[in-house]
Design a protein around this ligand. Structure first.
Ligand SMILES: Nc1ncnc2c1ncn2[C@@H]1O[C@H](COP(=O)(O)OP(=O)(O)OP(=O)(O)O)[C@@H](O)[C@H]1O
Length: 563
């Protein structure tokens, strides 16, 4: 449980541990009270002694209540720190991992944070804080009588051994069940994303069958684990009761043999009950303990690090430099981008063409700093794009991805990139994208709500609103990935006008396009083939090269139509 000592949590955990120490020392009071009542008050018949002892024990009980409360508060604070500190970092990590196509199990990071928070608020963690004080109770019982101490010690050891054996036997089962549960939820996620295809092609039954197969395994495993848990709990409970009886038997034997007083027998029995209660609690919550530990280990595996502090640079002008950029997808040896170098002056418009799979989208993602190259650098006005920071990116870079997804919110929220809506800036962006009139024609204009993934809009409408989103603010760099793939003639002419305006505003534009019409407005052209630059330079020079018989590139022959 090293995670309990993570720096952010440490002081709360230390506070909870200190409260536990006092709580457990104070918990000796009731049994010592009992001992005194049996051995002194009964013997002396002194009401004063009884009154004094009662006052003392009541004071101890009040202090115990206070410590209990303090410990619960400390753990509550720890839980909220965990949430507020770890939650945002995990989400930030998930966004980055997801953008790099490495979402996978990382997607469950937030669930792990919730699991840890739940654990800190549950009973299992209290047992963890109380269990270490067991030797203290054993010591006091031994001080009463070594035989009683030996009986209690052996009993406690047996109980611990039982829990330890169960933990060893079920750990891998619990982890496997978590893995399978995640697999089942991945099946659901992917089915929901593709619900249209599933319904359209009657794949519902197959999808449900796939999910059921995984889910049945999860249920089976969980039932097996529940059976083990019930067995463990029953054994621990029976053993504990047996131990209590054994203590009374040994105590009675000692009393009969006049080696101990009846007070000692009763006090030892009460102490043992208190000492064993955290073990019994552990037997009931051992599964959540293992799950919490596994969640922490998974979170550590995510390698969550604070992002480097972004450089606060003056507004960039839009100079782009790619220096021998190489990129391979994680786990792949073959690079997708193989040493691409090119430079663009502020305000230039670069078109990138090339066959499918040649790496155009990958190059754009490197240009945006979404992915980091294995070697080489992408610079915006001389600064490494990876270190520019999200705030600067929000202000200075506009991106229109190939597959446009809008967020749940209004049209205005989407154009304002889900930040605060400045009406003038939103309308200006919509006008620059030539989509203002289209938005006014929507049922509620700029306030029209867009469902999850922009369900209320057509593909073309989504693409045009996403262009306004890319133009929002004062971008110095506009990156467009096949911006006309869904556009009709009106949308295409609005796009051409937006590009001309962007050029007039001195915005650097990089666009990927398959249709020749897109390349009419570019002044630089790059031809990408199998991750390398086949040609790069002024548009007409590159086109001339492509059309020359020896330079003919079949996959880009459509470009000839540009001229
Ligand atoms: N997440 C990923 N993991 C592994 N390989 C990937 C991933 N995304 C893309 N690739 C591979 O990288 C190569 C380049 O893909 P990219 O999307 O950059 O091509 P593209 O030129 O934009 O293609 P298109 O014109 O069809 O959009 C392809 O071979 C593709 O299979």
């Amino acid at each position: 449980m090293t995670w309990l000592f993570a720096p952010a949590l440490r002081r709360f955990i230390v506070l909870a541990a200190a409260a536990s120490l006092l709580l457990n020392v104070l918990a000796l009071a009731p049994s010592l009270f009992m001992l005194q009542v049996f051995d002194r008050v009964f013997a002396s018949g002194s009401v004063e002694t009884l009154t004094m002892l009662t006052l003392l024990v009541v004071t101890c009980l009040i202090a115990m209540g206070a410590m209990d409360l303090l410990r619960a508060r400390a753990l509550g604070w720890a839980a909220s720190v965990l949430d507020t500190r770890l939650g945002p970092s995990v989400l930030d990590h998930l966004l980055q991992a997801s953008a790099r196509g490495q979402g996978g199990d990382a997607v469950h990071g937030l669930r792990d944070v919730a699991l840890l928070r739940g654990f800190l608020g549950g009973g299992g963690v209290l047992a963890l804080f109380d269990a270490p004080w067991l030797p203290l109770y054993l010591l006091v019982i031994t001080a009463f009588d070594p035989w009683l101490g030996l009986t209690a010690g052996l009993g406690a050891l047996t109980l611990f051994g039982l829990i330890w054996l169960t933990e060893r036997a079920t750990r891998s089962g619990i982890e496997a069940s978590t893995r399978q549960a995640r697999q089942a939820s991945r099946v659901i996620d992917s089915a929901l994303r593709n619900a249209e295809v599933i319904l359209g092609m009657g794949m519902g039954r197959a999808t449900v069958a796939r999910w059921s197969a995984v889910n049945d395994e999860v249920l089976e495993r969980q039932m097996a684990l529940t059976r083990v848990q019930s067995l463990l709990q029953a054994c621990v409970r029976a053993l504990r009761q047996g131990l209590q009886v054994a203590m009374l038997v040994v105590g009675a034997w000692l009393v009969v043999r006049q080696h101990a007083s009846p007070g000692i027998m009763v006090a030892a029995s009460i102490l043992l009950g208190k000492a064993l209660s955290p073990i019994e609690q552990l037997s009931g919550s051992w599964r959540s303990l293992i799950e919490a530990r596994a969640a922490w280990q998974r979170l550590q595996g995510l390698d969550i690090t604070e992002r480097e502090t972004a450089l606060e640079l003056p507004a960039p002008r839009g100079q782009i430099d790619l220096e021998r950029v190489v990129y391979a997808f994680p786990g792949q040896r073959q690079a997708v981008i193989k040493g691409v170098s090119l430079s663009l002056a502020p305000g230039q418009c670069l078109g990138i063409i090339g066959p499918s799979g040649s790496g155009k989208t990958t190059l754009l993602r490197l240009l945006l700093g979404i992915w980091q190259p294995q070697s080489g650098t992408v610079r915006l006005d001389g600064a490494d794009i990876g270190r520019i920071g999200a705030a600067a990116q929000a202000r200075h870079i506009g991106y229109l991805p190939q597959d446009v997804e809008l967020f749940a919110g209004s049209v205005a929220d989407n154009i304002a990139r889900m930040g605060p809506v400045d009406a003038a800036a939103v309308v200006a962006a919509a006008q620059a994208a030539g989509v203002h009139e289209l938005i006014l024609r929507l049922p509620q204009g700029y306030e029209t709500p867009i469902g999850e993934a922009g369900a209320a809009l057509s593909g073309g409408q989504r693409q045009r609103i996403a262009l306004a989103r890319a133009l929002h603010g004062q971008p110095c760099l506009l990156v467009l990935d096949e911006p006309n793939s869904n556009l009709d003639a009106e949308g295409e002419s609005a796009l051409q006008q937006a590009l001309a305006q962007a050029k007039a505003r001195g915005i650097t534009v990089v666009l990927v396009g398959h249709r020749p019409s897109m390349m009419r407005s570019v002044d630089q052209l790059a031809v990408l083939r199998d991750g390398t630059l086949d040609a790069f330079g002024p548009r007409d020079a590159v086109l001339a090269r492509l059309q020359a018989p020896q330079g003919a590139v079949p996959a880009v022959s459509a470009v000839s139509a540009v001229r």
